[in-house]
Design a protein around this ligand. Structure first.
Ligand SMILES: [Zn+2]
Length: 330
């Protein structure tokens, strides 16, 4: 594990978490496909300590993170723990597999009990969600979604993940949002096979970083100009997904980040324009750019886990009030 140099400063979490001045720091764990980041912080301007652990096997990675959490618990104390994990993950609290990894392609991780391994026995208030839902919550607290109850965070990297907030909370139901796997119309001349092994024409299969590599063939990315036709089906698929988001839960703004848009900033304007074409005047979007870059950059993931901890803490503070409401309700 590699200690990370950290900045310090005042906390911006305390006002929104409805907690006392003596609040302890939050602990967060971002579980990624190649590395996990454990963060002890009050918020973006008050990071205390951070460690990176390689994602190898659950029996190795999870105990290493657990040891960090235990050391923080003993040294400083922890107000609440947030875990933002790669998916798919089980989020039904009443189910026996709550907190486990589901059908991931990642060898060894199917069925891994992430929540139990990291928090079992520590008696901590805990928030658990996908990495992208965590990032959406972090952008809502501190970044491009500030003040918006309805907001989407899209990351286009190896795959496509979408964190979707409705009424200030990540969507629930069968599970977390999987909008990266909705099927979208292919452009007529697009014959490149989908990289999704489940769907021939889903957004991830047509427009992810893996799809981009497939589209490149023998070409080198650095030699592909912004006006190259290679981008057309990628723009079309991302705009179709944004169209679906607008018509479905209607986020007030969409943050579009991840390795592909970050390296190809020309995509953002094109997807915005293609979205307007696609909507064809049927719905009005809020003023200003609708699809924007995330503001938190590489910190969106680690801060996502801190946001989950802060939200769990706020929910804990809210519960007695709810219970009181229940008692006085006729
Ligand atoms: Zn798919």
């Amino acid at each position: 594990m590699v200690p990370h140099p950290l900045r310090s400063g005042t906390s911006s979490i305390q006002s929104s978490a409805s907690t006392s001045e003596s609040m302890l720091p939050f602990a967060g764990v971002e579980l990624g496909g190649t590395k996990c980041v454990a963060t002890l912080a009050y918020g973006p301007r008050a990071l205390i300590e951070q460690h990176t652990v390689p994602t190898t096997q659950p029996g190795e990675t999870l105990p290493a993170i657990r040891a960090i959490l235990e050391s923080w618990s003993e040294r400083t104390g922890i107000e609440a723990l947030g875990i933002a994990s790669f998916g798919p993950i089980a989020l039904n609290r009443t189910s026996s597999d709550y907190g486990h990894i589901l059908a991931t392609n990642k060898p060894g991780w199917v069925g891994a009990d992430v929540l139990g391994s990291l928090s079992g026995g520590l008696e901590l208030t805990t928030g658990f969600d996908t990495d992208v839902n965590g990032a959406a919550l972090a952008e809502r607290r501190w970044g491009s979604g500030r003040g918006l109850d309805d907001f989407a965070y899209v990351t286009v990297g190896t795959g496509i993940g979408v964190g979707l907030l409705v009424h200030g909370r990540p969507t629930r139901g069968i599970g977390h949002s999987e909008i990266g796997h909705i099927r979208v119309p292919r452009l007529q001349n697009d014959l490149v096979p989908s990289v999704c092994r489940y769907h021939d024409d889903c957004v991830e299969g047509l427009a992810s970083g893996s799809a981009l590599l497939a589209r490149l063939g023998n070409r080198v990315l650095g030699q592909v100009a912004p006006d190259d036709q290679l981008w057309n089906p990628i723009v079309a698929a991302l705009a179709s997904m944004a169209h679906a988001l607008v018509c479905n839960s209607g986020p007030m703004r969409i943050a579009l980040g991840g390795g592909v848009p970050t390296a190809q900033p020309h995509l953002l304007d094109r997807v915005n324009a293609a979205l307007l074409d696609s909507l064809n005047g049927y719905m009005d979007l809020p003023p200003g750019p609708y699809i924007v870059p995330p503001e938190l950059g590489e910190l969106a993931g680690p801060l996502g886990s801190i946001a989950l901890a802060a939200d769990a803490c706020a929910a804990r503070a809210q519960r007695p009030a709810d219970a009181q409401q229940e008692m006085i309700r006729p």
